[in-house]
Write a protein that binds this ligand. Structure first.
Ligand code: SF4
Length: 372
């Protein structure tokens, strides 16, 4: 999740181009154009969006839908057979393309150098950081700004900014990905401000207030949170079936089995971790409920309970259950089946109506399956 990790490191590690939009329109355009760019360079393109962009809305101007490309396999039939000998050659070829990717970034409409009169500071504003910067300077920024929306970083524009300005401020959401590249390991040479020197907090999201603060300004947002609005964590909907599961589960476990632990998974039911249930001891990644419950049971925990939804189960819980069957693990697994993919919506669950059959097919003894 972009709350803690920064997927730009995956793009860097994979040596492929990346897009990072500053607003919804750019996100739309980048996806639209990204397919063509990817076809042109013959590599995947990583699209990074951050939490606040994903959790906000805006109107976008749409374009005509393009017809889907015909399937094609390229001229090299062994392109995707990544045996070590082939993978080494492909890696070398990918390294040779890096300069082309930098050049594509230099020519990209998503990377823009905007000059400013005050050269005491130069600002590199990545993705949504540019939007936040513009909130502080609705009439235009007094400092030169390099807006970044495509990686690898555009060398020419970076040099132009560094040569023109006394010091550089980097605005980026997530980790100091650009700041570290500019600064280098020893931090000598270019004067760079950002998350590493405390100008911006290392942890936490970037937002218009922190950006304004980093520039010695105050964010003069017209929209304040009304006093009547209380902060409240997300909660399971009233009437949600998962509520019944956690009410019954905690009632039994707390009174009868105080040593219990409940390993949960990714979905709406993760909210069983919050009050009033406070029923969940772990939620790590998809499928980790069953595998962690098994690990804990193997280490002597009893009762070791996993709670997983029907969609997550078919996505990545099945292999863990097979492991439990193979080793006759002493675990209790609850498949909390709401017959849909509720958290993201819009998809059917891949196991609707067949969960029992899947479990017996994996080797769970029918006597061990209870349907409530
Ligand atoms: S599964 Fe999720 S969306 Fe559906 S009722 Fe429960 S909390 Fe609400």
């Amino acid at each position: 999740s972009q709350n803690e990790q920064d997927s730009r490191f995956y793009g860097d590690f994979s040596l492929i181009p990346m897009y990072e939009p500053s607003n919804q329109q750019e996100a739309y355009d980048m996806v639209y154009n990204g397919f063509e760019f990817s076809e042109k360079i013959g590599e995947p393109v990583l699209m990074r969006i951050v939490t606040r962009l994903a959790h906000s809305r805006s109107g976008v101007e749409t374009k005509a839908q393009k017809p889907q490309n015909e399937i094609s396999f390229g001229s090299d039939p062994r392109q995707f057979v990544l045996l070590p000998g082939i993978a080494r050659k492909r890696y070398k070829a990918l390294l040779e393309r890096q300069e082309d990717f930098v050049q594509a970034s230099e020519e990209s409409p998503y990377n823009t150098y905007i000059d400013g009169a005050n050269k005491k500071l130069g600002i590199i504003a990545c993705g949504i950081g540019f939007n936040y910067l513009m909130e502080s300077y609705p009439e235009g920024c007094e400092y030169p700004v390099l807006k970044i929306g495509q990686y690898p970083l555009p060398k020419k524009q970076m040099l132009q900014l560094v040569e023109a300005c006394d010091e550089i401020l980097v605005l980026e959401d997530g980790q100091p990905f650009v700041e570290k590249q500019l600064k280098g390991y020893l931090g000598r040479g270019i004067k760079v401000k950002g998350r590493l020197d405390g100008t911006l907090s290392y942890a936490g999201e970037l937002n218009p207030d922190t950006v304004a603060h980093a520039l010695g300004k105050e964010n003069k947002s017209k929209f304040r949170i009304p006093d009547i609005v209380e902060m409240r964590p997300p909660a399971l909907c009233e009437g949600c079936g998962h509520r019944d599961v956690f009410i019954a589960l905690t009632e039994v476990l707390r009174t009868e089995y105080p040593a219990h632990k409940v390993f949960s998974d990714i979905g709406c039911y993760t909210l069983g971790a919050n009050a009033p249930f406070n029923a969940v001891n772990s939620c790590v990644d998809m499928g980790a409920s069953i595998t962690m419950a098994k690990g804990a049971a193997d280490s002597g925990l009893y009762p070791s309970v996993a709670v997983i939804g029907d969609s997550t189960f078919t996505h990545s819980g099945i292999t863990g259950l097979l492991d439990c069957v193979n080793e006759n693990a002493d675990v209790t697994i609850i498949l909390s089946d709401n017959e849909t993919t509720a958290m993201t919506g819009g998809q059917d669950s891949a196991g609707t109506g067949r969960l029992e059959a899947i479990c017996t097919g994996l080797g769970v003894a029918p006597a061990h399956i209870r349907v409530v």
